[in-house]
Structures are given as structure tokens and as C-alpha cells.
Design a protein around this ligand. Structure first.
Ligand code: ARG
Length: 577
């Protein structure tokens, strides 16, 4: 059991001794914000005291009298308005690391109540290239999925592809009239984009073109065989491109159920909402109103247009129903850009009326945009939207230049491989590090910097934890395995590093709870910094016997945490850089 969990358990027992009827599940400890005060702290007693109109310091003092943690902590300190601060005994830290060295844990525990969580992310649109706007959804969603999975939850990833809608009318006209077969073979998405833009422009000049597009759309909606076959072909061609990006990014989906999958449910769904009085007719359309929700009261959600067509919200309601019936999740997470906030507020509000007892947690995990260095939306020099695949190519090319600079001696094939891992890692990390709700400026220099809060810096720190073992082997040092029995931590840098290792689980849990992988990024950055201080002040291979063993173990465990932490960000590591 992790040492902070032991403290929590004993703390809860002590609380029960003082307040037999208190609910103790929320009596938890957190790492102290400032190590000056200790290693862990609880503020839960203040809440309990407040509920009972007790003096919080008196309660904290009574609890601390009942508390027996002397085997793992220095004397507990009562601080401020009623905090309890805990400082670990060195022996307890050493024991925790010994258990980790034996492979019993890696400083985190699986959730005691695993949940089934559906994550809806990436979700690009057919016949359009994936652009940088999709990168954030893909990278964030993938990291959340990996983190929840590591914490023992059942995760279902579902790519809600945009494969239905009015754009197919124009695409069909373009395809039938102007298709360039050669171009389709070499760059299918580029060709479909060209066709769409062409018919779109023609439609602006000539209403006849629009009418033609509308008719093609109606034929598609009514199941015309030719149009259905073309539509399927457009989806298949798009999927090939999406898959190549996902393969490069190492992202996998359990399901790819596009919007069209839900078409058969839409008619009945609208009828049901009408019958239940949740929706009503308004100016020929059918809408849901939110008079009782102040921030939505002026914004009804359309679920059927006056021409009979269904809306984005209708499809999303059907999607929710399908997920509920099929997977029975406790939680559904949607990862999209900030502009969709209103959509999801409406969707969740309708769903809660429709299924008042579902108990399901719905979360819209939204994010800001990526800006160019000029502070405007990130675009190519000629002002076009940047394509994801081009961006990844450039990341690898730039990383190759950096790698060739610092590791001249490595063979080219190896430098290319390093560049791939570093370049993709840099892009992902730059996307995960900022608070997701703010816009961030895309900067190659920053994301590839070897000495900043960047992926290459962390990957390099990892490689260093590995290189010490190669050097040990070269100089004939064979780890004797004594640190599987006992470890000795003395130098302040050793202790600081060891304590930080103990907190890995907090970073994972917080990222999963708040849907913010930046907690993991910042934790890893702090860990790498602590490792650098240790490395500078505590010779590893030049020290003797038990001390060398302990230090090697610190290197090994730091490497494992860095590797696992980067892995849940979707970032690979290398043994050598
Ligand atoms: N295809 C949409 C877009 O590109 C995102 C879909 C998000 N998921 C959902 N269930 N609405 O903006």
C-alpha cells in the first residue's frame, strides 16, 4: 500500500474515534504545496469542523491525539486554521522505494471503484483534411484515455466522424462533373476538398448549382444506390488518411461510429421528445427550450429543421442514447474546441430531462486554439490552414536537425528514429502543457528546446537514467540487488527526488479527475529537475557499494516514472539520444 494511503487510512480511523458518525471518505491527504511545512497535508478536518460548528483547531488537535503514524511519520504538526502536516520518516520513504524497486508498485494505485468511461475525441470530418484544430482533440483525448486506462478504468474510445450533412450534396455534384481521377488516386482528400470548394464557389454565383446539390443530397438521403456508393467511397478514402495520421501518432480507437450511424434513430427520437413534452414546434421547426436555465434561456436547441432535416444536436442525442444502451458508462467525455460549449450545454441539459435518473457524468473537455507567433490563428505563410500530416513532417525534419547537431556520431538511421520520437513528442507535449482552455502560441523553438519544459528535455532526462546503466555495465559494475532489501537515502537531493517519486499517483489522478494532462507534464518537469540536481550532487558510479546501489535504484525508478508518465501523454522514450 502506498505510504500516503496508509496515512489516509489511519487518519480516517482517528477521525472515526473522535466523531463516530462522520463520513470519512473525503478525509484525504495531498502533497504539501511547500516542503517547508511537510510532505503531506490534510485540510479535511476544517470542513468537518465547519459542518458541526466546532472549533477546527480543537478538532484537528483531538484527531491528532488519536492518530498513530509514529512508525512512518515524524510528529504530526497542527498548523494554521486546522491543517495537519505530515513529514515522512526517511525509513518510510526508503521502504516505499524498495517496494517499487521490487516491482510491487510504481507510485500509483488503480482506482478502487473502476468506472466505464466513453471518450469521444478527434472526430474529424469526411472529405476534409485533418487540420491542427483536430490535433488538440486527438492528443488530449488520447492522453486522457491512456491515463484512465492506467488507473484501472474501463475506457471506450469512440471517433465520432463527421460523415453526414449538407456538404455531401456539393461533393456529389463535384464528383459527378469535375472529378480528376488521377488526382483522386494520388491525393484523395486534396481532390475532394478541391471539388467541394469549386462547387461551393459555383453555387455562390449560380443558384442552379445549389439546387442541383440539394437534389443530389435528397437522393442520397433517400438511399439512391449510386449516391450511396459514392458517399461510401468518400468515407473510405478519408478514413485511409485519418488512419495514417493515427498510426503515426500511435492513437487507437475502439469504435469509429460516424454521425451517419445514428440516422435510423433520429425520426423516432424527435417523436419521443415531442411526446414527452421535452420539445415543441416553433416556426415550423422542432426545438427544445430552456426557459428555466438562465444562461440558455435565450438559446433554444433545434432538433429538426422546417425542411425536415435533423441537426447536430439530434445526432448527438441519439449517440448518447446508443452509448448508454450499449456500454452503460458512468462517464462520457467529449473533447472539442471552445466554440462547441453552447452545443454541449444544451445537449447535456436535454439529456438530463430525458434521462433524469441516469446518474451518468457528462463532461465537455474544451480547449482553446493554436496561434501563430503573430498571435493570429495558426496558418501557413500563404494563409492556408495547416494540415496535420505536414506539421508532423516538419516536426520530424526539425528534430532531425537538432539530433544531428547533438549526436553527430550516431548512424543516420538511428538519428532518424530519434527524430521521429522527439519531433512527435515535442508536438504532443507542447499541446498538453498549457492550460487547455487558453490559446497557445505554436513555437518550434520552444517545443524542441533541450533545456526547457519540453518533451525533448524529458526524453533526454530519461535517456540519462538509462545511460548510467550502460556505463555501469561497461565498467564492470553489476547491481548486486541489495536495494531490493534495503535502501539508504542521505543527501538532501536524494531525499527530495525520492519524495517526488512518491507523488506520481497524485499527478495521474488529478489529470484524470480534472481532464488536465498538464498536471502530469508539470510533475514530470519537476521530477526531471530534481533528478538533474541529484545527478549533479550525488555521484552514482563513483560511489561505493550500498550507496551506489541506492543511487542506481533512484536512477532506475526515476526513469520508470518518466517513461510511464510520458507514455500516458502518448510520448515515446528512447534508451539513447
Ligand atoms: N466533427 C465535429 C467537428 O469536427 C466534432 C464532433 C465531436 N463529437 C460529438 N459527439 N459532437 O467539429
Amino acid at each position: 500500500m502506498l505510504v500516503h494511503k496508509v496515512i489516509e487510512e489511519r487518519l480516517q480511523t482517528a477521525v472515526t474515534a473522535v466523531l463516530p458518525d462522520a463520513a470519512t471518505a473525503a478525509v484525504l491527504v495531498r502533497p504539501c504545496p511547500d516542503p517547508k511545512f511537510g510532505d503531506y497535508q490534510t485540510n479535511a478536518l476544517m470542513g468537518l469542523a465547519k459542518e458541526r460548528k466546532m472549533n477546527p483547531r480543537q478538532l484537528a488537535s483531538a484527531v491528532s491525539e488519536q492518530l498513530s503514524v509514529a512508525d512512518i511519520c515524524e510528529p504530526v504538526e497542527l498548523a494554521g486554521a486546522g491543517f495537519l502536516n505530515f513529514r515522512l520518516k526517511t525509513s518510510a520513504i526508503e521502504q516505499a522505494l524498495v517496494a517499487a524497486a521490487r516491482g510491487e508498485h510504481l507510485f500509483f494505485e488503480k482506482a478502487d471503484k473502476p468506472r466505464t468511461v466513453v471518450i469521444d475525441f478527434s472526430s474529424p470530418n469526411v472529405a476534409k483534411p485533418m487540420h491542427v484544430g483536430h490535433i488538440r482533440s486527438t492528443i488530449l483525448g488520447d492522453s486522457l484515455a491512456r491515463t484512465l486506462l492506467l488507473l484501472g478504468h474501463q475506457v471506450i474510445t469512440d471517433n465520432h466522424i463527421g460523415d453526414w450533412g449538407t456538404q455531401f450534396g456539393k461533393l456529389l455534384v463535384g464528383w459527378k462533373r469535375h472529378l480528376d481521377q488521377k488526382a483522386l488516386e494520388t491525393d484523395p482528400i486534396g481532390e475532394m476538398e478541391r471539388l467541394y470548394k469549386m462547387v461551393n464557389a459555383a453555387g455562390e454565383a449560380d443558384p442552379k448549382v445549389l439546387e442541383e446539390a440539394r437534389q443530389e443530397l435528397v437522393k442520397l438521403q433517400h438511399g439512391d444506390a449510386e449516391n450511396l456508393a459514392l458517399w461510401r467511397q468518400m468515407i473510405a478514402l478519408s478514413q485511409v488518411q485519418f488512419d495514417s495520421v493515427y498510426t503515426r501518432l500511435g492513437v487507437r480507437f475502439n469504435y469509429t461510429l460516424g454521425e451517419s450511424f445514428y440516422n435510423p434513430r433520429l425520426e423516432g427520437l424527435v417523436q419521443e421528445l415531442l411526446k414527452k413534452g421535452l420539445a415543441r414546434e416553433s416556426e415550423g421547426a422542432i426545438a427544445v427550450f430552456f426557459e428555466d436555465i438562465p444562461q440558455l434561456s435565450k438559446q433554444p436547441a433545434l432538433i429538426q429543421k422546417s425542411d425536415g432535416a435533423f441537426n447536430y444536436t439530434t445526432t448527438d442525442l441519439a449517440t448518447l442514447q446508443h452509448r448508454l444502451e450499449t456500454w452503460h458508462p458512468q462517464e462520457i467525455i467529449y473533447v472539442t474546441g471552445a466554440p462547441q460549449q453552447l452545443h454541449f450545454q444544451q445537449l447535456f441539459a436535454i439529456f438530463r430531462r430525458w434521462y433524469p435518473n441516469s446518474g451518468i457524468k457528462l463532461a465537455h473537455v474544451w480547449f482553446g486554439s493554436i496561434l501563430g507567433e503573430d498571435g493570429k490563428p495558426f496558418r501557413t505563410r500563404t494563409g492556408e490552414t495547416i494540415k496535420l500530416a505536414d506539421l508532423l513532417d516538419e516536426a520530424e525534419a526539425r528534430a532531425f536537425a537538432v539530433v544531428s547537431e547533438i549526436s553527430r556520431d550516431l548512424p543516420e538511421a538511428q538519428r532518424r528514429d530519434i527524430a521521429r520520437v522527439v519531433g512527435l513528442g515535442a508536438i504532443k507535449y507542447a499541446d498538453l502543457l498549457p492550460n487547455r482552455q487558453s490559446d497557445y502560441v505554436f513555437s518550434w523553438d520552444k517545443m524542441l528546446a533541450l533545456n526547457g519544459n519540453s518533451a525533448p528535455y524529458l526524453q533526454y532526462a530519461y535517456a540519462r537514467t538509462r545511460s548510467v546503466f550502460r556505463k555501469a555495465a561497461e565498467s564492470g559494475v553489476v547491481p548486486s540487488g541489495t536495494s531490493l532489501e534495503k535502501l539508504q537515502l542521505e543527501a538532501p537531493e536524494e531525499l527530495a527526488l525520492a519524495k517526488l517519486l512518491l507523488n506520481f499517483g497524485f499527478a495521474l489522478e488529478r489529470s484524470a479527475e480534472e481532464y488536465r494532462p498538464n498536471f502530469i507534464c508539470n510533475y514530470l518537469y519537476e521530477l526531471a529537475g530534481s533528478f538533474a540536481r541529484f545527478w549533479e550532487n550525488c555521484p552514482v558510479l563513483k560511489s561505493e557499494s550500498a550507496q551506489r546501489e541506492s543511487r542506481l535504484t533512484l536512477c532506475d525508478l526515476t526513469g520508470k516514472v518518466l517513461q510511464q508518465g510520458l507514455a500516458v501523454l502518448g510520448i515515446e522514450t528512447l534508451e539513447q539520444m
